[in-house]
Write a protein that binds this ligand. Structure first.
Ligand SMILES: C[S@@+](CC[C@H](N)C(=O)[O-])C[C@H]1O[C@@H](n2cnc3c(N)ncnc32)[C@H](O)[C@@H]1O
Length: 232
């Protein structure tokens, strides 16, 4: 499959990950780090931003299940896996991951910032859940033991986003630095605008990303080139 963008360390495919992942070499991936469609039918209030592909509840889970099945053989025995999900659907994400990795816990990315919903009769949804799994061969995380709550990563401001659910590069860097060895391979099957890939590139890890929508591949390619030039 021809990459949409590639350097000697980062490769991005404009494809359906359920197909593209089947071509990855067996046991080559050291870290699966991804932010799949949450299955929450996200939509912009302004209607100016198109909905996220495969984000309907049933469709989202089906796509994630098939993606995990396609990625499974490519995971090294000592791989780690971080998967972002929504509080309402994390048990479904857990069940999809469980046949492929053993679940080690859940991290909470505390965004320290509001969120939508019933503003007067519910608590603000100011966090996201990240499930953490690992392969059968134990590999230690780097650094001193860290708590499961990650409070120091500000969300990307709406005016700076190139994707409606863009994750901060700094958060992806933290996870990659802890769980992927130097020179190791990071996989993001739902790459969006490339936050995982930019973080991997900056940290000297290799990375493979797959994204279905060409406009997000283009956004990721632009960001990767800017990061190579050292631009913020
Ligand atoms: C939650 S977003 C990821 C955002 C990303 N973390 C970022 O920081 O920009 C999920 C992405 O998965 C893509 N997607 C949905 N189904 C896909 C599939 N079958 N294969 C590859 N990408 C897919 C969507 O187009 C969307 O951009």
């Amino acid at each position: 499959m021809k990459p949409y963008y590639s350097t000697n360390t980062v490769t991005l495919y404009n494809a359906d990950c359920r197909d593209a992942l089947l071509d990855l070499p067996s046991q080559s991936v050291d870290l699966l780090l991804t932010d799949p469609p949450y299955g929450m039918a996200w939509s912009s209030k302004s209607k100016r931003v198109a909905p996220i592909r495969a984000d309907g509840a049933r469709q989202g889970m089906r796509v994630f299940r098939q993606a995990m099945a396609s990625a499974s053989a490519a995971l090294a025995e000592d791989a780690h896996a971080f998967v972002f999900c929504h509080w309402a659907s994390w048990p479904d994400f857990h069940d999809v991951m469980a046949p492929h990795v053993s679940l080690k816990g859940a991290l909470v990315w505390w965004k320290n910032r509001g969120g939508v919903g019933d503003c007067e009769a519910s608590f603000a949804p100011d966090y996201e859940v990240v499930l953490h799994g690992a392969g059968p061969k134990r590999r230690k995380l780097a650094g001193k033991r860290h708590g499961a709550v990650l409070p120091n990563f500000a969300p990307v401001l709406p005016k700076r986003r190139t994707h409606p659910t863009e994750k901060p590069v700094e958060l992806m860097s933290f996870l990659i630095g802890r769980a992927c060895p130097e020179g190791g391979l990071v996989l993001d099957p739902f790459a969006g605008s490339g936050a995982t890939l930019v973080a991997a590139q900056q940290l000297g890890r290799r990375a493979v990303g797959v994204e279905l929508e060409e406009r997000y591949c283009e956004a990721a390619a632009v960001r990767l080139e800017a990061a190579r030039r050292g631009e913020p």
